[in-house]
Design a protein around this ligand. Structure first.
Ligand code: ADP
Ligand code: MG
Length: 397
């Protein structure tokens, strides 16, 4: 439905100040380096990546607010932008709904008028007939009902709470029944609890209206919770596109694995393959995996999710299953309510694992960690792969 091909954008032209090689930080080099992306009709598609990776530039390019240097953008077969033919449809003619982090409500208008505004200023066109007053009222009421603000129509917009103002911004983006709604970090100004409940609201709304959404965030938990498809970006390029499960379970690069928050990524080398199965040599010994698409000798990171380990006291009888086993000592624990995070020293390595609250063992306990080969994933480690720090979560208000 939305097709993006070979889109590039460089704010600092070649030879200008600030142009440096890739890998020297996000503030230099092209903002977009040849983006190819397909968004299906009715999809909730999220662009996920660290600050400065180009998410906003891509979203604004889709909206027509930013002019790419090259590439094409088409919506349902209609060209919105093409550097080859010079087509560049203006933002109001593209007619997409937009929601920003700063939700920009109009403080001098009541809730109803805020939502009605895009209908009032809209230029009627071939696909957007002029609406009568009654039809406009109906549209506004429908949009307000969709976001749960039906009873607030007559209130001054400034009387709404932060979460309600954000819902108002969403209603305003939906009222014209746009083919596409673009959202740029719309929840990041809300406190942690409100942010979580708004995730459910947004997802419900998207499912109910069936509207296609492109959603930008740097918050991996938000991306996984909301999306049909997550596209992970880094330094102006796409690292991986896939379902939340694919991104979480099969990260295609170390960057994605780290960004999606994998604490255990042991360096290793594929030492033996047999069909799909393989053994990997690592500092923690030889590790068996069920699925390996890499050649013998390939350098990898062994990804073992903290929730996939079973932790038992070292002196308990082994359960006899043919699992990977590591012996260690619990060096730190953190109670987090429904689970306990534990750090286990295995030789020179620290492995993080999670235990249910009733099964947690105390610090200093000698333990055995087991994990079945089916739950161990391998992430290819490209030559010269950069290590990247995850963004800290914004502090809750
Ligand atoms: P994100 O939304 O992922 O944080 P942006 O798209 O805002 O990233 O920025 C991508 C890169 O482009 C960054 O290096 C940023 O500094 C740069 N950039 C963004 N907007 C401008 C601008 N108007 N002028 C110059 N550089 C910009
Ligand atoms: Mg941004």
């Amino acid at each position: 439905m939305l097709s993006i091909a070979k889109v590039t954008k460089n704010y600092t032209p070649r030879g200008g100040r600030g142009v440096k090689r890739r890998g020297q930080g996000p503030a230099t080099g092209p903002a977009l380096r040849g983006i190819d992306l397909e968004v299906g009709r009715g999809q909730f598609h999220t662009l996920l990546g660290p600050s400065g990776c180009g998410k906003t530039t891509l979203l604004r390019s889709i909206a027509g607010l930013e002019r790419p240097d090259s590439g094409t953008i088409t919506l349902a077969g209609t060209t919105m932008f093409s550097s080859a033919t010079g087509i560049d449809v203006s933002p109001d003619r593209r007619g997409f709904g937009m929601v920003f982090q700063s939700y920009a409500i109009w403080p001098h208008m009541d809730v109803f008028k805020n939502v009605a505004f895009p209908l009032a200023v809209r230029r009627p066109g071939r696909t957007t007939p002029k609406l009568s007053r009654a039809e406009q009222r109906e549209r506004v009421e429908e949009a307000l009902a969709a976001v749960g603000l039906a009873d607030y129509a007559g209130r001054p917009a400034t009387n709404l709470s932060g979460g309600q103002q954000q819902r108002l911004a969403v209603a305003r983006a939906l009222v014209t029944r746009p083919p596409l709604v673009l959202l740029d970090e719309p929840l990041s100004n809300l406190d942690a609890r409100l942010r979580e409940s708004m995730r459910f609201e947004l997802k419900r709304l998207q499912r109910e209206t069936g509207v296609t959404m492109v959603y930008v965030t740097h918050d991996q938990a938000e991306a996984l919770a909301l999306s049909d498809v997550v596209t992970v970006m880094s330094a102006g390029s796409i690292e991986q596109s896939g379902s939340p499960q694919e991104i979480y379970d099969q990260p295609s690069s170390l960057f994605v694995a780290e960004f999606v928050g994998a604490p255990n990524l042991l360096p290793g080398v594929v030492e033996h393959t047999a069909g799909d199965a393989a053994r990997v040599a690592s500092e923690a010994g030889s590790i068996a995996v069920d699925r390996c698409r890499l050649e013998q000798g390939a350098r990898v990171r062994v990804l073992m999710r903290p929730e996939d380990f079973t932790v038992t006291p070292a002196d308990a009888a082994p359960d006899g299953a043919d699992h990977n086993t590591f012996e260690g000592v619990i060096t730190a624990t953190a109670f987090e309510g429904e689970r306990v995070r534990q750090k286990v020293q295995v030789g020179d390595l620290t492995v993080e694992c999670h235990a249910e609250r009733h099964q947690a063992l105390s610090e200093g306990t000698s333990v055995r960690l087991t994990i079945p080969p089916a739950q161990v994933r391998l992430v290819p480690e490209a030559e010269g792969e950069r290590r990247t720090e995850r963004q800290p979560e914004p502090a809750a208000a």
